[in-house]
Design a binder for this molecule. Structure first.
Ligand SMILES: Cc1ncc(C[n+]2csc(CCOP(=O)(O)OP(=O)(O)O)c2C)c(N)n1
Length: 361
């Protein structure tokens, strides 16, 4: 078992594909069909393209605040591809690859960041909760779902996400403890992207890893190279299988890096060195997986360029549809905070209406 072989207290981290896309742990390569490998790669690529585009739309004043995913695609797709349709996915807010993999459309994702709650209304067959911005609050919901699955004797597992910063919230501890005590079929993936806005991981906690926190809850924990999609998949799949067998929750720390800003309101050059970013670019999860697929004869640079063009067109067409959809009445923003609008809200609503009437956006 990977969780026994890679004890976080011994600072062991699971890597299968090295940064050049070469397999360094042959016997640990998970069994994944070729077609599935390609689907995983294409989902990562779509995430990269749609994410880059979203940042541009925001900079052009066409989108609200946006939280970029660049650099974290393997942690997202590698984990989401290890669950099945019947399983639940509980997001934080930086998992575009996982949402796409789960079947959420790009249109809905763009709608969400465009400010429409319609972006959170998923079709019935997609078992995913809406994006959760209050840090770590989603984890208690995730444990609740997993406990309910046990009570209802449903054969389903819940996969939940949180960031490195989120592990300092009270909700993280409550959720992990509840999950362990009630043997909930839950897998928590911590996307350790090294920063909680400007707070570096080293200032977040005194423990050497985030995975070792599992030990205090009495559950398995493992640290994986979050830029290696095969390692992420392998660890999450093992945890999902364990949960489905009724053996309770697992905590997985995917060590990755946020290559972009925290959100579009952030300037990361203030708190981190370009050199560090450059070093992490060398470990780009997308390039690593692409090299692996090309070496396996499953993909080529030509196909890659063509696919990028197709995805760029898809992103632009999708976003134009979102922009041109007239689905968000302005009053929605103000109307549903309270049963009746407060004086303050009425004033803000009127102000904003006037601003729009003058041609503002
Ligand atoms: C309860 C709560 N406190 C503060 C914030 C403001 N906030 C938004 S993102 C963030 C940092 C989150 O860091 P991390 O969990 O590492 O996730 P990342 O943003 O790096 O993906 C904070 C403090 C919030 N959204 N919710």
């Amino acid at each position: 078992m990977l969780v026994e072989r890679y004890n976080p207290l011994e600072e062991k981290i699971l890597t299968i594909l090295d940064k050049d896309g070469k397999v360094i742990n042959d016997e640990l390569v998970p069994e994944i069909e070729n077609e599935e490998l390609l689907h995983m790669y294409k989902t990562m690529l779509l995430t990269r393209v749609a994410d880059t585009k979203a940042l541009q739309y925001q900079r052009q004043g066409r989108m609200l605040t946006y939280a970029p995913n660049k650099g974290q695609e393997a942690a997202q797709v590698g984990s989401a591809s290890a669950i099945e349709n019947r399983d639940w996915l509980v997001p934080a807010f930086r998992e575009m690859g996982a949402w796409l993999y789960k079947g959420v459309s790009l249109e809905q994702i763009y709608l969400y960041w465009y400010g429409s709650e319609e972006g959170s209304r998923f079709p019935e067959n997609i078992k995913m909760l809406p994006v959760s911005v209050p840090i770590a609050s989603q984890l208690n919901h995730a444990v609740g779902i997993a406990m309910a699955s046990n009570i209802k004797e449903e054969d389903e597992v819940t996969l939940a996400y949180v960031g490195d910063g989120g592990t300092s919230q009270g909700e993280f501890h409550e959720a992990m403890n509840f999950a362990a005590v009630f043997n909930a079929p839950l897998v928590v993936v911590v996307q350790n992207n090294q920063y909680a806005i400007s707070v570096p991981r080293l200032e977040q906690t005194k423990t050497k890893t985030l995975a070792e926190k599992a030990i205090a809850y009495g559950i398995p924990g493992i640290q994986v190279d979050g830029n290696d999609i095969l390692a992420v998949y392998g660890a999450v799949k093992e945890a999902v299988d364990r949960a489905r067998r009724g053996e309770g929750p697992t905590l997985i720390e995917a060590v990755t890096y946020r290559l972009g800003p925290h959100t579009t309101s952030d300037d990361p050059t203030i708190y981190r060195e370009d050199k560090e970013v450059e070093e992490w670019k060398e470990k780009d999860p997308l390039i690593r997986f692409k090299t692996y697929l090309i070496d396996k004869g499953l993909w080529s640079e030509e196909e890659d360029s063509k696919q990028i063009e197709e995805f760029e067109k898809l992103a632009n067409d999708t976003f134009k549809r979102v922009e041109n959809s007239d689905e968000i009445p302005l009053e929605d923003i103000f109307k549903y905070h309270y049963e009746e609008m407060t004086e303050n809200l009425i004033e803000q609503y009127e102000d904003y209406k006037a601003y729009l009437a003058e041609g503002g956006r």
